[in-house]
Design a protein around this ligand. Structure first.
Ligand code: MN
Length: 364
């Protein structure tokens, strides 16, 4: 069954209520296809948006009497990696929800009923899945807000709205015109929501990238203050993660960009996922450049990089033009203004030679 409510479906709807109703209907259709007596497995990204989406879905499903569990991808993992998909399969889910991990044509577990919830630029229409894609909507919802809309199929989710706000803030969509954001700010407080988001986003940037304390807090908390003011081991882990990331940023903040044509390249060497933060910082200072922050220390044998631009240029198209032959599904996905990738060292060397930065080659 293919039932896409997304780039084609949602995007054509003009009224906001229609978009919300479409997300609820898609969720109901997906759940109807799931095996009723086996657990629902929510596979999600490990950032604030992905984790909040997972927490919303799991809490709403459990509240409705369904068994539901999480599978959060780890550092440098993708559920489309065969070994990761094999680990997902051992959980024997009756249905799979793939949240904030991209919208791809190939299924994670072929033949298993699947719901895709996502807002990145699709690379195809998921085969045999129900899809809720926010990509192309104006304003564009993040995965957590889409999940909250979808969870409306399971009953009233007013108490979980703060989680949708955490996802919006985490993906820098706080300023978009969503009435849900204003409602969450009024009920739980702007500062508490922002501080909780910063904490929830910290563990995935650390060298170990263990997002499980963040997810546990999102699953059990009644609001952001439980996270910001918490003193248990999970809350302490988030504060320690934030300190680790701050120290790693301190080390690399003076690394100067190399400029070549319309590209600015900053090469870092850190086990922490700080390259997106550095790209974001330089984006504001080099407004006419394609800013690429690359990290040669994130994962042995690979170079991970983040690309940002303030010029409005389509970076997914830019990366497609420079795509190395061996690049896999990690390369050049995401959003037109915020993308990136991961390349094996030898492929990275070809990529930077092509961009005119031979000095940025690494030992292959
Ligand atoms: Mn997201």
């Amino acid at each position: 069954m293919t039932n896409t409510v997304g780039t084609a479906g949602l995007g054509r709807l003009s009224g906001r209520d229609d978009v919300r109703a479409a997300a609820r209907d898609a969720m109901a259709a997906a759940l109807a296809a799931f095996e009723p007596d086996a657990p629902v497995l929510v596979v999600s990204h490990f950032d604030a948006d992905g984790l909040s989406a997972a927490a919303i879905l799991i809490r709403a499903l459990r509240q409705a009497g369904r068994e539901a569990d999480a599978f959060v991808v780890a550092k440098a993992e993708s559920p489309w990696d065969p070994e990761v998909a094999a680990r997902i399969a051992t959980r024997a889910p009756g249905g799979l929800i793939v949240a904030d991990l991209g919208t791809r044509p190939d299924p994670v577990l072929p033949g298993r009923p699947t719901l895709v919830i996502d807002h990145h630029v699709p690379t195809g229409e998921p085969k045999g899945a129900v899809t809720i894609s926010g990509n192309g909507l104006d304003p564009e919802p993040t995965t957590a807000l889409l999940a909250w809309w979808a969870a409306g199929a399971l009953g009233d989710q007013a108490d979980l709205l703060w989680l949708a706000a955490v996802g919006l803030i985490g993906d820098m969509a706080e300023g978009l015109d969503f009435p849900e954001m204003a409602e969450a700010q009024a009920r739980w407080g702007k500062t508490a929501l922002r501080d909780a988001t910063a904490l929830v986003n910290a563990p995935r940037r650390t060298a170990a990238a263990d997002a499980s304390p963040a997810l546990r807090l999102l699953l059990k908390s009644d609001g952001p203050k439980r996270i910001t003011k918490g003193e248990d081991a999970d809350a302490s882990a988030l504060h320690a993660a934030k300190a680790e990331v701050r120290a790693a940023m301190e080390v690399v903040k003076r690394v100067p960009p190399a400029i070549g044509g319309d590209v600015a390249l900053i090469v870092l060497d850190s086990p922490c996922q700080i390259h997106p933060l550095i790209a974001q910082q330089w984006r504001g200072r080099l407004k006419d450049k394609v800013v690429i922050a690359a990290n040669v220390g994130y994962r042995p044998g690979w170079v991970h990089f983040a690309a940002r631009s303030a010029s409005g240029r389509d970076l997914i198209a830019f990366l497609a033009e420079h795509r190395p032959a061996n690049a896999d599904g990690r390369y050049g996905n995401g959003h037109a203004q915020a993308t990136g990738g991961a390349l094996r060292n030898a492929d990275w060397n070809g990529f930077v030679r092509g961009l005119g930065f031979p000095k940025a080659e690494v030992e292959a």
